[in-house]
Design a protein around this ligand. Structure first.
Ligand SMILES: *Cc1c(COP(=O)(O)O)cnc(C)c1O
Length: 225
């Protein structure tokens, strides 16, 4: 199937949910990205800063670039002028650097906190205590060039659907709990509206469990080499 056909199949599977498709274009060629754009997709996810910057300079300006992978503090400056949403904020230090770079370019940069939900070893993501400690810190309240708009999480890489569902549910429960808390609200810095969960292997389950953004690569383009 062509890229356009794969996208249209996935879009129809998502139709009954509120999840939006982010095409994960890391490692894919400019031609593949153009075909994606021509199929009507404007949300592109990349995980390497240099690759995102290179592609952004070659493609139409109405594409919304999502940083989905671990972001090194010293690379924030390269994407700050244009990035649409950073899904992978996994430390307060990184958030402060995004704020500093947002200030330099005169932007408020939308961000999601990446939460650690999987059973397996992973280097990245916050736990609930770390998240609450950031949100309630006085330093957080002083940030002016970021906006927190939700959470991101990656489930375990397993065939065990019950486990994946448990992990997605735990993320959604935290999301709902945050929506009912005042924490961070006073400053206008926080609006819990996006829940980024679901990849090629589990996006349908994620969509059923309340995802608002699914990040899908190989189900559109085939396996990455
Ligand atoms: C690569 C990647 C994806 C997409 O993975 P697929 O299995 O190809 O859909 C989604 N989210 C993150 C954070 C990724 O790094």
């Amino acid at each position: 199937m062509s890229i356009a056909q794969q996208i249209s199949t996935i879009q129809s599977q998502l139709k009954s949910s509120s999840a939006k498709l982010i095409a994960v274009t890391k490692t894919r060629s400019i031609e593949e990205l153009k075909a994606t754009y021509d199929a009507g997709i404007l949300d592109f996810g990349e995980n390497r800063v240099q690759e995102m910057v290179d592609k952004q300079s070659q493609l139409p300006n109405d594409i919304r670039w999502h940083q989905i992978g671990h972001l090194q503090t010293n690379k924030v400056k390269y994407i700050a002028p244009f990035v649409h949403l950073i899904h992978s904020v996994d430390s307060f230090r990184l958030l402060k650097e995004i704020d500093a770079q947002g200030k330099k370019v005169g932007r408020i940069i939308p961000c999601l906190f990446q939460m650690y939900i999987a059973q397996e070893e992973s280097k990245f993501g916050l736990d609930e205590n770390e998240l609450l400690s950031i949100l309630s810190s006085p330093e957080f309240a002083e940030l002016q060039h970021i906006r927190i708009i939700g959470l991101m999480g990656m489930a375990s890489f397993t065939e065990n659907e019950a486990q994946v569902a448990r992990e997605f549910n735990s993320l959604r429960e935290l999301f709902i709990e945050l929506q009912s808390k005042e924490i961070g609200y006073a400053t206008g810095l926080v609006e819990w509206k996006e829940l980024s969960m679901g990849m090629s292997g589990d996006f349908l389950l994620a969509a059923q469990l309340g995802s608002t953004m699914v990040r899908v690569g190989s189900a559109i383009y085939g396996a990455r080499s």
